[in-house]
Design a protein around this ligand. Structure first.
Ligand SMILES: [Zn+2]
Length: 60
């Protein structure tokens, strides 16, 4: 019976960690899009990078 409780606790912990990771990654994505290109740092203001837009699509 103790093992079941440990399993439930582990599941809840993993769920919280996953949710946090998703939330953080989403925030980072928005920030990076607003800031500019991830690769060359060119200010794009949410638009696709004119320098390396095609390569960025491939990596995603
Ligand atoms: Zn770029």
């Amino acid at each position: 019976m103790v093992l079941i409780w440990i399993g439930i606790a582990m599941g809840i912990l993993i769920g919280i960690i996953l949710l946090r990771k998703i939330f953080k990654s989403g925030k980072y994505e928005r920030f990076s899009i607003n800031a500019g290109c991830r690769r060359c740092g060119y200010p794009t203001n949410g638009m696709s990078c004119p320098r390396c837009g095609e390569s960025q699509r491939k990596t995603r």
